[in-house]
Structures are given as structure tokens and as C-alpha cells.
Design a binder for this molecule. Structure first.
Ligand SMILES: [Zn+2]
Length: 382
């Protein structure tokens, strides 16, 4: 069956929103026009040259908090390998819709937008929906940060993040703490190294130590926090003693760990030869599996799976890291049609069957939210 949201997904995939640099504004403007034509009130907000977010509202007549969906329209770069399918061509081959951002996560954005349009009557009679659409997610949730700084975030009752889970409901993800560690020495001629202090040697000493650093105790669901050194830079030429070196550390945390504590402990561990700057600071996300609304989503999703659904988390971060605290920490589910294994891959695709299924799931979730609002006006029972 052809998903109702297919043509919208294809239009979104046609825009090059590779981040960096992002350039989401044209795609965001197209989507804003589409949403306006389909009954939403839309506010576009710029956060840099050709960068934009939007908030779309479909109001309801009933009292109570609206249901919110969030998704990002930027994508990661294409990578070094050649693509067999045009990354902006929205090609279909069998059950696959190809394109950069198909799984992560333009198809999901199309699916929840379409589900809202299809459920428009229920939404109007119920508590309404909000779409929070961001740019700049892939480089550390820059768009979500800008959206929060704009100060116009609406109140919401629950949040669905359409990141790729192959329609498996997920209750959380690890946090990310990215640190730049710098060492400083003294430059000298490479033939007289005894006159200098080699910053690369200082960095190498620190790197030798950091392999033995533990960011903290394991979490029952998210297991061990991790640490990876992903980049190193130092020196200008072969025949000088380098006076600066830097390496970037990617720590993935869990809700039982505070980032400020991890940073302080790492700083103490490496001692004063290393100066530290925080590049990205995104807390972990975890909703209670016992939450009534979360349970209702498990019930709806369970009909699509043979095995009993279990409380599950994903390793990647999402805009929910920043949006949830700014929204007063409503319950949150990560649920999207994309294939988690396809995110950031060459020849990225989303399965059309999953896209259809996501449209139906989102519509059912919206239907329940609105029906619950009518049953108990003014009360957020979930
Ligand atoms: Zn994503």
C-alpha cells in the first residue's frame, strides 16, 4: 500500500539540508506552507543564515494539554562512499524509499504531519497538537537550543520524537557530553627540542591516562557510560616543537550521572596540564515505563510485534535532551518509521511499509489522546 505521506516525504527529501551547513530554511519554508495549507498555524523562526525552526499548532476545543511531535529536517553529510541512488532523488525500489534523511528523519516528519491532517476532526474537538520542527539537530541540537532561547515554547502534555526506531516504542536515550581537551607547551626549533615544551607529548600523556577513566557507574537500562576520543589535532609543521594540541572526547552518559560531576572528575583525573571546554552538553532522556500514556503507546504498538515489547533505549541522542527540560519534563516516547541501522549510512532508505505503519500508529496515538481529553476535560490523565 502506498503511504499517504509518501509525496510529502519525497518533497522534503528533495531539499539538500546537509548539516553542516544545514541550509534548512528553504525546506522549512516549503513545509510551513504545506502545514498552513493543511490547517496548521505556523511560526517560522530563523537561527542563522538559511537556518530555521518552526512551531505548528492545530488547536483543539477541549481543555487540557496538546500532544506534541518533534522532528528535525537537517541531515548528516553523504559520506565518502559513492551512492547507488540519488540522495536527493527520492527513488523508490520495491519497499524502499531512498534518500539522505529518509530514515533520519524526514519520512517520520511527513508521517506525523499526515496523521494530524487525517485526524483533524478529532484534534479540533480534542486537545490539539503541536509540531516542533527543528534544524541543526545533527551537530548537537543547535536548532532546539535556538527554539528554547526564542522563549515561545508552548505547553504540551506529552512528546513523541520521530527518530528512527522501526516503529518500536523507545523510552529513552543516553546523554552526550562532548569536551575539547587542550594542552599548551612552548614552541622551539625542531632541531633544539630541549628549548621547548612539546604540547603533543602532554596530550599523549593525557590520552594514555584517559583510557583508564570511567565516567561512572552503570545504569540498569542504559548499562555502562562510554568514553571515546574521536579527534586529535596538534602541531603546525614537522620541524617545530608544537605549543598546542587538542583532542575531543565524546562521553555518553545515563540519567544516574551528572555531566558537571563527570567533567570535574575527568579534569581532576587529567590534572592541570589539560584545559577543558564543553562543546555539547545534552542530558540523558528516560520516561517511566509505568506512565499511563507510555503504557497506552506500548498497547498500540504491541499489535504490530509478535514478541512482547520491553522497556528499550537507543544509543543516539535526540532534541528531547533539550526540549524535555524546557517543556517541564512531560512523558516522552521515541517512535519513528526509519531503520535505526540506516541512519547516517550510504544509500539510506526508509521502508514504505514502516512509513504506512507509522502513519497509522501516530493516528491511533492522536485518536487516544483526543478521546481521553474529551472523557476527562481539563485533566491530563496520562
Ligand atoms: Zn535524527
Amino acid at each position: 500500500m502506498c503511504p499517504a505521506s509518501l509525496s510529502l516525504a519525497q518533497r522534503l527529501l528533495g531539499f539538500d539540508t546537509i548539516n553542516p551547513p544545514g541550509n534548512e530554511a528553504a525546506c522549512m519554508q516549503f513545509f510551513a506552507d504545506w502545514l498552513t495549507d493543511n490547517g496548521f498555524e505556523v511560526t517560522l523562526s530563523a537561527f542563522g543564515t538559511d537556518r530555521a525552526n518552526l512551531i505548528a499548532t492545530m488547536s483543539g476545543a477541549a481543555d487540557g494539554m496538546p500532544l506534541a511531535f518533534t522532528g528535525h529536517l537537517d541531515t548528516v553529510p553523504l559520506g565518502n562512499q559513492a551512492w547507488q541512488h540519488d540522495p536527493f532523488g527520492s527513488e523508490i525500489d520495491g519497499d524502499r524509499l531512498y534518500g539522505r534523511g529518509s530514515s533520519d528523519m524526514k519520512a517520520a516528519v511527513a508521517a506525523f504531519a499526515l496523521a494530524c491532517v487525517e485526524q483533524q476532526a478529532a484534534i479540533r474537538a480534542g486537545r490539539g497538537v503541536i509540531l516542533l520542527i527543528t534544524g541543526g539537530e545533527e551537530t548537537g541540537c543547535d536548532g532546539a537550543q535556538a527554539l528554547i532561547e526564542d522563549g515561545n515554547l508552548p505547553e504540551i502534555g506529552a512528546l513523541i520524537v520521530g527518530e528512527p526506531t522501526a516503529n518500536y516504542p523507545v523510552i529513552g536515550h543516553k546523554g552526550a557530553l562532548w569536551l575539547r581537551c587542550e594542552t599548551h607547551g612552548k614552541t622551539a626549533h625542531g632541531a633544539m627540542p630541549e628549548l621547548g615544551i612539546n604540547a603533543i607529548y602532554l596530550a599523549a600523556d593525557a590520552l594514555g591516562k584517559i583510557r583508564h577513566f570511567s565516567p561512572g557507574a552503570p545504569h540498569p537500562l542504559m548499562k555502562h557510560p562510554t568514553l571515546n576520543v574521536g579527534r586529535i589535532q596538534g602541531g603546525l609543521n614537522i620541524n617545530s616543537v608544537p605549543d598546542r594540541a587538542a583532542f575531543d572526547v565524546d562521553i555518553r552518559s545515563a540519567p544516574n550521572l551528572q555531566h558537571a560531576t563527570i567533567r570535574q572528575q575527568l579534569s581532576d583525573f587529567l590534572e592541570e596540564s589539560v584545559q577543558m571546554t564543553t562543546l555539547v552538553d545534552l542530558p540523558a532522556v528516560l520516561s517511566s515505563a509505568e506512565n499511563q500514556w507510555v503504557q497506552s503507546i506500548y498497547r498500540l504498538c504491541q499489535t504490530r510485534f509478535d514478541q512482547p515489547l520491553e522497556a528499550r533505549v537507543v544509543p543516539y541522542f535526540t532534541d528531547a535532551s533539550l526540549l524535555l527540560p524546557a517543556l517541564g519534563n512531560p512523558p516522552c516516547i521515541i517512535l519513528g518509521p526509519g531503520e535505526p541501522s540506516m541512519a547516517h549510512q550510504t544509500d539510506e532508505y526508509c521502508l514504505l511499509s514502516k512509513l504506512s505503519e507509522a502513519e497509522q500508529l501516530y493516528a491511533e496515538i492522536i485518536g487516544e489522546w483526543m478521546a481521553d481529553g474529551k472523557r476527562s476535560p481539563g485533566m491530563a490523565t496520562f
